[in-house]
Design a protein around this ligand. Structure first.
Ligand code: MN
Length: 491
């Protein structure tokens, strides 16, 4: 238990350990005698899940839920008892990661997955922390995947690549996403992952040596300018390198950023100062990749950092990422890091500076929740599991675009969305009264594919009693599709 408590206290120095200790003893006792496929005591899995959560900076409620997450599925303890012993919040989180309807006949693995996701998303809209528990559980399952039979390995690894890693990314948990992908990669793409490994082996030593020199040079230059910085060098995650290779027709010579350097500084002003230092020490390679300022223009998942590519001594090009320590924590642990601040704020354990950070974060956090709520609301309308999974992948995890209402409200949509998708996102009355649309002030067809930054104005006419059947041919969001179908049925 010591390791877990230590992790928790490192994020919450004055936190109470009572709940965690109680959950620890409880889970250990009820799982007693059970084993994992690895032959290890089952409880080890519960402990590892909880340790993941503690290391991401989550609080005692979430950690307790991590310890108890398999109790309902795998022992004869009922949810009611969890609620009585550990309170409503812990019970809700445990419910979200438990299988639904234990007594129901298992139809197929895919059906199982869909049912599990449905229950997860339903709870997610009420309490986002359930996703952290699920991801922590999945991370440990992936780390111990080798002990399962082949056919299960492949299925679970594929699920991880298609659902859980994108989910982590959507929540801004970049480091977790990278870990999940790299763990799944060898099981889903056996041959390809071996090739990537070879590339790293062949180039590894050369790169390492090279990086050390670059780091030294940068450190000296930063020091001279009086900038306090931490410099990390690292190889890219294997799976993301593989994806890049696919884009570049497998030409490793075109992947110039096999390694990346990260400069962490104390504040935003130092980020831009450090950028200057980097560009004076190494020539920027603007022709290959423009400089990306995600501090001035954060990514939609909240990611902030400056990326620049520079030319090294012997023709090497490498990427340098510059960000503050705070941004770094958010980039690695995403929403989990945000949650940490709001939890500490509630308990009055933060300084004013942290409080201010927390308030800004809370806004971002609420925007994140919008799509979570949408996910929960339409997930009940789609009954076919195939369709449901397809919709999930396109709606939630694909690239998003952001368009504006005439009042400058931002609407978040999947790529290829049309004005009808846009209208349904706002209100079905607006969509169903739609007689035309103006995009950026000009009349346009209602099936136009919207682009990032478009200002969309729906023209409403009382004589229009939509929807029309042919809308189904071009809408892309599940929201629009299911509402159109429903309205057509009731006509
Ligand atoms: Mn589990």
């Amino acid at each position: 238990m010591n390791q877990l408590i230590k992790l928790y206290l490192s994020h919450f120095p004055k936190g109470s350990t009572e709940l965690i200790e109680k959950a620890y003893k409880f889970a250990k006792e009820v799982h007693h005698g059970q084993e994992r496929a690895s032959g290890e005591e089952y409880f080890v899995h519960c402990k590892k899940t909880a340790e993941n959560l503690a290391s991401w900076g989550l609080g005692d409620t979430t950690i307790a839920a991590g310890l108890l997450h398999d109790v309902v599925d795998d022992t004869n303890i009922e949810l009611e008892q969890i609620e009585k012993e550990f309170g409503k919040d812990v019970a809700l989180l445990v419910r979200g990661v438990s299988k639904v309807g234990k007594l129901k006949l298992r139809q197929s693995a895919k059906m199982d997955l869909v049912e599990n996701l449905r229950s997860l998303f339903l709870v997610m809209a009420k309490d986002i922390r359930v996703v952290f528990v699920k991801l922590a559980d999945r991370l440990h399952n992936m780390q111990t995947l080798e002990y399962l039979p082949d056919f299960k390995q492949k299925r679970i690894a594929k699920e991880t690549l298609e659902i859980y890693a994108p989910l982590a990314e959507r929540l801004g948990m970049g480091e977790i996403k990278g870990q999940l992908e790299d763990l799944a990669f060898p099981y889903v793409y056996e041959k390809e992952s071996k090739e990537i490994e070879k590339i790293y082996e062949a180039k590894g030593r050369e790169l390492e040596h090279y990086l050390e020199n670059v780091k030294r040079k940068l450190r000296e230059n930063l020091e001279r300018q009086g900038i306090k910085a931490q410099i990390d060098g690292r190889a890219k995650h294997c799976y993301s390198l593989y994806r890049k290779l696919l884009l570049k027709n497998n030409d490793i010579e075109k992947i110039y950023d096999l390694v990346a350097l990260r400069i962490l500084v104390n504040n935003i002003a130092d980020c831009y100062k450090a950028l200057g230092v980097v560009h004076l020490a190494f020539r920027p390679a603007f022709a290959l990749a423009p400089i990306k300022d995600y501090i001035a223009n954060p990514k939609t998942n909240g990611y902030r950092s400056i990326h620049t590519n520079v030319l090294g001594d012997n023709g090497y090009v490498f990427e340098v990422q510059i960000r503050t320590f705070q941004m770094h924590e958010e980039a690695e642990y995403g929403l989990a890091a945000h949650w940490h601040y709001s939890e500490s704020k509630k308990s009055g354990r933060v300084s004013d500076v942290e409080l201010e950070k927390g308030l800004r974060i809370e806004d971002e956090y609420l925007t994140q929740l919008e799509w979570v709520k949408r996910l929960a609301s339409w997930q009940q309308s789609e009954k076919d599991p195939e369709e449901y999974l397809k919709a999930l992948k396109t709606d939630i995890f694909n690239k998003r675009i952001f368009v504006f209402t005439p009042d400058a409200d931002v609407i978040d949509l999947p790529q290829n969305s049309t004005p009808i998708d846009f209208a349904y996102q706002i209100h079905s009355d607006l969509a169903e009264g739609c007689s035309g649309v103006k995009i950026n002030g000009k009349i346009a067809p209602i099936s136009t594919k919207l682009k990032n930054g478009d200002i969309v104005e729906i023209i409403v006419s009382k004589s229009v009693k939509g929807p029309r059947r042919d809308w189904l041919e071009f809408v892309v969001t599940t929201e629009a599709r299911s509402r159109i179908k429903k309205a057509l049925r009731s006509k």
